[in-house]
Ligand binder design. Sequence first.
Ligand code: C2E
Ligand code: MG
Ligand code: MG
Ligand code: MG
Length: 280
Amino acid sequence: LKRAKRQGVTEVYEPIEAQAVRRRFSLETELRVAIESEALKLAFQPLVALDTGKVAGFEALARWEHDGHQIPPSDFIPVAEESGLIVQLGRWALSTAMQTLADWDARAGRALPLGVSVNLSPIQISRDDVTALVSGALGATGVSGNRLTLEVTESAIIHDPDRVAAVLNAMKRFNVRIAMDDFGTGFTSLASLQKLPIDVLKIDQAFVSDMLANGDSTAIVRAVLSLARALGMETTAEGIDSDDLAEMLTELGCTYGQGYHYAEPLAADQAFAYFMARNA
Ligand code: C2E
Ligand code: MG
Ligand code: MG
Ligand code: MG
């Protein structure tokens, strides 16, 4: 084998490779345990209506504290997707987010004017039970569909746009909202954008955070905003982390803002307090 010929090199690299495999395997095992033992948490990051400054909703983001430190989603979501655990994780995230919204309503004694956004992995969307999953979560909590936004990524669409369009259209029957996440980083054609029942375009933070330094990024954001407007879609700018960016995106007519400038992803109780304080 090639390896035998490059003996000197393999001696250095093989243990590292083996280590990476072992680490991935143990991460997968530990993630499975974490999901089953309900050790994962959801954090909620406000989505602020830029014209009024009020909180319109929260994006639910998975958090995993393991052995006293946080493992970032960029480490465990890929592991979950490759191992299939994303199906359980995604089901948990959806039902927990909906239940949290129902709990907030109960605390306030009324249906609050806010919704939750939940990320759907391409793997979830490719499954036949995805519509049943969503209708089940709505039914279990009694929350109306227009308060749930499902965030899908461009990578979910690229392989089979027609099938994804059919799935999303089926889910639109429950009145849910569909957001295209991280827009601008993938390869969605304008044709499939037109075909899909998208309510919100979320402009990837890579463009947003670059706007102050780079005129090209500002031009791209402007173009996406006007494309969305022409197609009757709302827009969210991700990664707003300064006053200047918040002001710029408000002036450009972006619908919602999300980012550290407003708040980091918050624990459920803190998110509820943030909403109450800000929308009072
Ligand atoms: P995303 O859906 O694009 O979520 C937004 C990410 O941007 C979050 O990262 C959030 O913490 C981060 N963020 C928010 N404001 C700022 C800012 O001002 N500056 C910067 N630099 N970052 C900001 P997070 O929580 O690490 O999640 C990363 C990704 O993991 C998410 O990206 C999403 O794709 C995925 N993810 C998280 N939870 C779930 C889940 O329950 N299911 C699925 N399928 N994916 C999830
Ligand atoms: Mg998202
Ligand atoms: Mg995003
Ligand atoms: Mg993103």
